[in-house]
Design a protein around this ligand. Structure first.
Ligand code: F3S
Ligand code: FES
Length: 236
């Protein structure tokens, strides 16, 4: 089928105003949007800029807004867009760097602030291999699937208002460790998560994040569970 791709272009180095470029090309309905971007870059415009790495939904680097929805370009088939006009924008809420690439530093800063690694209590778990039972493993399984693509945080109006708000991706990562019985860093995390202007209470249960997640993680549920933990101290 013949399709038109309208792609957001912005190159601050040359001072040109942001605009859309249109490209027409024959596409196979089973092609992925990332494949088409690769063809456009290889065959029509080598200056077209976007991020990608694994091309298989693992690295999280090719988040972008495709026909109005935050998505991973490597996971979206042309067929599923049900339109011969496909508009591609950078992820909203982040400053554009060039074309479809955005500034992710605030996102990583927020992620780092929740201490996204396990702080083991060696008195409770002296063995080198710290095993966890099925029940607790399942509790954090969904949160563990997050690949930090930023699609959820980019869709959140609270984050648009202030990039200091931790955002759903950092909160899901916090959940991963707060609800892990082998971890002993919850008092440090409590301070970050409970912060009035930047922590979980800035989440107004808008649900955009859960809709946007390309890994089908119920981000809103995980944030609600963190609120419950902060209010009651219970992780069970
Ligand atoms: Fe934002 Fe998701 Fe909460 S969209 S307000 S983090 S439910
Ligand atoms: Fe790695 Fe799409 S390129 S997730």
């Amino acid at each position: 089928m013949l399709a038109t791709f309208k792609i957001f272009r912005h190159n601050p180095e040359f001072g040109a105003a942001p605009h859309y470029d249109s490209f027409k090309l024959e596409v196979d309905p089973m092609e992925r949007v990332l494949d088409v971007l690769e063809r456009l870059k290889g065959e029509q415009d080598s200056t077209l800029t976007y991020r990608r790495s694994c091309a298989h939904g693992v690295c999280g680097s090719d988040g972008m807004k495709i026909n109005g929805r935050n998505s991973l370009a490597c996971q979206v088939l042309i067929r599923d867009l049900k339109s011969s006009t496909i508009t591609i924008d950078p992820l909203p809420g982040f400053a554009p760097v060039k074309d479809l690439a955005v500034e992710m530093k605030p996102f990583y800063k927020n992620l780092e602030s929740v201490i996204p690694w396990q702080i083991a209590d060696e008195t409770k778990f002296p063995e080198l291999e710290r095993r966890v039972d099925d029940k607790h493993s399942q509790r954090v399984e969904e949160a563990s699937r997050c690949i930090q693509c930023g699609c959820c945080t980019s869709s959140c109006p609270s984050f648009w208002f202030s990039e200091q708000y931790l955002g759903p991706a950092a909160l899901v990562k916090a959940f991963r460790y707060v609800f892990d019985p082998r971890d002993s860093g919850n008092e440090q995390r409590r301070e970050v998560l409970n912060a009035e202007r930047t922590g979980v209470w800035r989440c107004h249960t808008i649900f955009n994040c859960a809709e946007a997640c390309p890994k089908s993680i119920d981000t809103t549920y995980h944030i609600q569970e963190l609120k419950r933990w902060l209010a009651t101290g219970k992780t069970e």
